[in-house]
Structures are given as structure tokens and as C-alpha cells.
Design a protein around this ligand. Structure first.
Ligand SMILES: O=C(O)CCC(=O)C(=O)O
Length: 274
């Protein structure tokens, strides 16, 4: 059974990204923003938040440009609840085409623009996008969740659609968003998730008129044998999660978990009945 409609899957394979119609509920967004307000008030002090890894980046004038908070699911259960969203999970399982695990979970909290630095994990199609049967087989699917509206004014995620299919590094200045051809600047509502293949050239688009901190969460899904990047969730954090979430947080290994029962349950409970 197909858990992602063929037409949607085809569009993803062509563009390299998908924007969901669904939204994170407003009360959960409010809780997450309140947690980040608190961190911001403490200047993202690493000592105040021992469960997470905080990387601050300051400008030449010493003023903070951004803080990256890794392992953000340890901060509050509201963040952990995002790792297995019913409408995202079928995409992740279908696109990886192997049992998934979460290898990264982090938030970017950006107070000013920085060099855009367009990048992909690998250059385009040099990593296969399809397996020997012609089914999608992507190496990393990334979920993006904006905590407030994001667009060309505020700063947002931008991508070069289709660049995951091309075996070429874009021959342009990768710090100059205006120089890149076909750039798509995503217009996302607060709590409107998107996914993309990390093989797609992408970067934060510098906001033309940033009036408040840009807050974005990222979750990386990779095949089960891929190790965590930078930092791993604690055993206590994993123990607090649901069985389905724990399946995504298992330590790396070449296991052969079957996800069809979970996807079938989602399909049966979905209002669209798929
Ligand atoms: O700022 C952004 O939206 C892009 C972040 C990014 O490219 C990444 O975390 O891999």
C-alpha cells in the first residue's frame, strides 16, 4: 500500500521538497516559543540548560547573530512531540525506504542575517535518489518547523529545486542568494512544516526586513545505521517518549524494523482516509 499519494511523491522527487498543508497546533507553538523566550532572556547560557548543546555565533561587534540549540527535544516534551508527526512519518518511511532513525534535532534562533552558505550534504545526484527497483531511496530527509511566519522579509528556508538531481555543485557564489538560478524562497506559516532531501542545495534566505528573532526547528531522518550528528538524546529522554518515538530514537544499527503497522494505523485514523 502506498502511504504517500503517487502524485505528491513525484512532485517531491522532481523538486526535492514538500510543504505540508497541516499546522502544528497553536497551543504547542505557544509553549515552544515561551521556552525559547526564556532561553533568549538568559542569553542562551549553556550552563542554564545542561541537557542540550548550545552553539552561539557572534558578529564582529560581539553581538549575538544566532544560537543553535542541539538536542532540543530534551528541553520540553512539546519539542519531542514533533519527531513523529502523523502526516510526516509516512513521507519519511517512504523516502528513505529503510527503517528511519532521528540523527539530529536542533533549533536555529537567528537575530540577524549571516552569510547564506548554500549547501547540500552531497553534490546533487551523486547520491542515488532511487534504488535498483526505481523506488525513492534518499539518504537524509530533513523536517523544518518554523515557530513563526517565515518569508523573504523575515528570513526563511530557500532551496534550488531539482538541484538534488544534478551531479554539479552550482557554479555560483554560494553566499549570494541573488546570484543563484531558480531559487525558491519558501513562504511558511507559523507551525507549517516542510521536508526536503538534504541533497538539495539550500540555506536560510537572509530576511530583507528582520524585525524579530527567526526561530526554526530541524529534525534529520536517516537510515537506521547512521550515527547521530554532534549529540545524542539521553537514555532518560528516550525513556520518556512513546513507543513509536522510541523506535525513531533507537541507537544506530542495521535493523529491519517494519513500519507498516504504524503507517496503516495513521492511514486509518486520517480524515482523508489514506
Ligand atoms: O537557516 C536555514 O533555514 C537553513 C539551515 C540549514 O541549512 C541547516 O540546518 O542545514
Amino acid at each position: 500500500m502506498a502511504f504517500v499519494p503517487d502524485q505528491d511523491l513525484y512532485r517531491f522527487m522532481l523538486r526535492g521538497y514538500h510543504v505540508f498543508d497541516e499546522r502544528i497546533p497553536a497551543d504547542r507553538l505557544r509553549d515552544m516559543n515561551a521556552t525559547i523566550d526564556d532561553m533568549d532572556a538568559r542569553d542562551f547560557d549553556p550552563d542554564a540548560y545542561p541537557g542540550v548543546a548550545i552553539e552561539r555565533r557572534d558578529g564582529e561587534d560581539g553581538v549575538r547573530i544566532q544560537a543553535v540549540v542541539r538536542n532540543i527535544i530534551e528541553l520540553d516534551p512539546a519539542f519531542g512531540a514533533l519527531i513523529d508527526l502523523d502526516y510526516v512519518l509516512p513521507w519519511v518511511v517512504t523516502l528513505l525506504n529503510r527503517p528511519p532513525r532521528i540523527t539530529e534535532n536542533y533549533g536555529y534562533f537567528r537575530d540577524a542575517n549571516r552569510p547564506a552558505d548554500y549547501h547540500a550534504v552531497r553534490d546533487g545526484g551523486q547520491t542515488r535518489n532511487l534504488n535498483h527497483r526505481g523506488s525513492p531511496q534518499i539518504e537524509m530527509v530533513k523536517l523544518v518547523v518554523p515557530l513563526a511566519d517565515q518569508n523573504a522579509d523575515t528570513g526563511t528556508l530557500s532551496v534550488i529545486p531539482g538541484s538534488h538531481l544534478v551531479d554539479m555543485r552550482p557554479p555560483f557564489d554560494l553566499d549570494d542568494a541573488e546570484a543563484l538560478p531558480e531559487l525558491r524562497i519558501l513562504d511558511l506559516a507559523a507551525g507549517q512544516p516542510a521536508i526536503f532531501t538534504e541533497n538539495l542545495y539550500h540555506a536560510g534566505y537572509p530576511g530583507a526586513n528582520m524585525t524579530r528573532q527567526r526561530r526554526t526547528l530541524f529534525f534529520s531522518y536517516e537510515p537506521s545505521h547512521h550515527a547521530d550528528w554532534v549529540v545524542s538524546p539521553s537514555d532518560e529522554c528516550v525513556a520518556r517518549c512513546t513507543p513509536r518515538q522510541r523506535k525513531l530514537l533507537r541507537r544506530p544499527g542495521r535493523w529491519h524494523e517494519d513500519w507498516s503497522a504504524e503507517l496503516q494505523a495513521i492511514a486509518e485514523s486520517s480524515p482523508r482516509g489514506r
